[in-house]
Design a protein around this ligand. Sequence first.
Ligand code: ADP
Ligand code: MG
Length: 732
Amino acid sequence: MTTLEQPLVKAVGAKAAKRLAALDLETAGDLLRHYPRRYAQRGELTDLDSLAEGEYVTVMAEVEKVQGRRITKKPGYLLEVTVTDGSGTLTLTFFGKGAHVPERELPPGTRGLFAGKVSFYRSGRGIKRQLVHPEYKALPGSAGADAAREFAEELIPVYPAAKGLTSWQIADCVRMVLDTADLGAESLPEQVRKRHRLIGLSEAWHGIHRPEDMAEAGRARKRLKWDEAFVLQTALAQRRRAAAELAATPRPPRAEGLLTEFDARLPFELTEGQRVVGAEIAADLARTHPMHRLLQGDVGAGKTVVGLRAILQVVDAGGQAALLAPTEVLAQQHHRSIVAMLGPLAKSGQLGGGEHATRVALLTGSQGAKARREGLLDAASGAAGIVIGTHALLQEHVQFADLGLVVIDEQHRFGVEQRDALREKATGGRPHVLVMTATPIPRTVAMTVYGDLDTSALTQLPAGRSPIATHVVPAGNRAYWDRAWERIREEAGQGRQAYVVCPRIGDDDLPEESPPGETPPEEDEGARRPPLAVLDVAPKLGEGPLHGLRLDVLHGRMHPDDKDAVMRRFADGELDVLVATTVIEVGVDVPNSTVMVVMDADRFGVSQLHQLRGRVGRGRHPGLCLLVTDAAEESKARERLAAVASTLDGFELSRLDLEQRREGDVLGESQSGRRSSLRLLTLLSDEDIIREARTEAATLVDADPELRDHPALAAELAALLDEERAEYLEKA
Ligand code: ADP
Ligand code: MG
């Protein structure tokens, strides 16, 4: 008996195994998890008119006409078999001596499966579709009228086929594995199976690959989805449990200290949400177990204040806090604004420093040696209660005297492993962790990717926010175009500021440093011009429509000091217009800016655009966001932009984004999606299964944390974690 871990060679032979390897299928288990994309009914013929050029297809059709003839040109013989679905036709073309075989095997009336690459050719009155030298398989008993009824009703699995491997060849291999392999031990506990009416594993493997009817396939899918959800949720439940067992130094609030002084200095009232979440966090920090909390809140919801208040509580209790930002610009901005908000409270040891004052250190990857040394020293000695930085904070030589809290801003840029790396830096117990994200995360994603975190949400924006109006501007429309720049001039005339965002830096062909998973969905529209670049657009605007305004650029290739200087000048109102890449996407907070023009807006993802426009309308004046695009009016791209323009609901938009991306991207997997642990489960539509699996997994892990009574589950879990680790190493 083959086991699921064994290489495919044993079950299907060397030749087939080699072809399957090209699909990344190495073991019997891999092949069984290569699920059919859909099922074809024997009776049901493929709609031949819908076949697209260049596509690899497997079609079911009936032979209508067979015509062989000698030709004078080289291969000497040409066979054309015309197949039909009853209305449309498709030509199968075979050349040479070999053509006599299909001529014999495919008499008119034969129903069969035909696979190959669709090509178009001109013939007489119109375009015809053909498959050249297709693979084919006649369905038994089909020639003639009395095809057995059971044949007509049987389902045929259709696999994602590939060059050199037809769907039915894959099906044959699968059958060999199904017949010979030990189909693996049950990993779902019987109780769980019973409660949720799930079929057994072996039955499910058969049911998904060789179902007798759609109901059977459906039962099999449900069961296998459960496996995916359950293993994942068990892993997350174990993480939560392990975290809960760790010790952390409690950092209870102090009656008098930095936090109370800070609250007294705050120029605004906390919103209800900020107060409630603040109290949750304050209580978490006072516990002897590390907090692991995710704080969600749409752009501008006021997460920074919540994070900062948590930080101050920890500093009051004698600990240090690290604030981790995804970009250099954002780290610098946090540093600037936190120092400003704290005022005298950030001036420990300096003239005018408050009684409870602390120091705020900044550590980024490319700051000068002297500044860096100072920051490192302040972190290690404990002089700095607050250390703000980018990934540089994760480096080994960064040490803290007593790290009590890690606040991670804009979580979606950080993986689980990076969170862990920071946690390791606490000596004596783990630090508390607060993760803040502006990307509204659909519930299902929160339950999976972030399933090891408790969650809180800020659901309202602070009062007095002005709404942002968003419009799509077709680049070809001269009047709109002129009006866009006129709007910027008007705002500048009122003393307000604007952003112009471009997808690319320019001056070379390097793409902007868009983080993985944030790239907008590919749309194959043939060769497109390169996206507009900051370094091209800025001078054109400066000499053209924005002539006379104070304008500068900001992008990821600039030296950090220069970035900081430009951001400062913009924040201080010394610039009217900032032409930038997505470096300004997250967190940049200049309330005086009111207009944003996004060039080539179709090159950005939906969530990204939502983040971007969150940069305007942060103050008293209404915000305006113009999405400039030359995408065709009826295109998918325009649909996306229209969606962004139609709603300010980030949650709705993130659902839309999710729909357009593959699940693997959401989980931060590599683009290829290779070996994604989620094949059947979709985060959008399987919320029920995910929720139920989460509850079941928690119960199971509570009763049996080490999974001693569930060896099969433990083995699957180990395999999943190995893959995760491998993925991470590959990326690193
Ligand atoms: P985000 O959640 O996007 O990180 P920020 O924390 O940057 O939002 O807050 C956006 C702006 O709102 C900042 O200028 C901040 O000072 C301000 N702000 C935060 N909380 C309040 C509040 N309760 N009332 C008024 N303004 C607030
Ligand atoms: Mg923020």
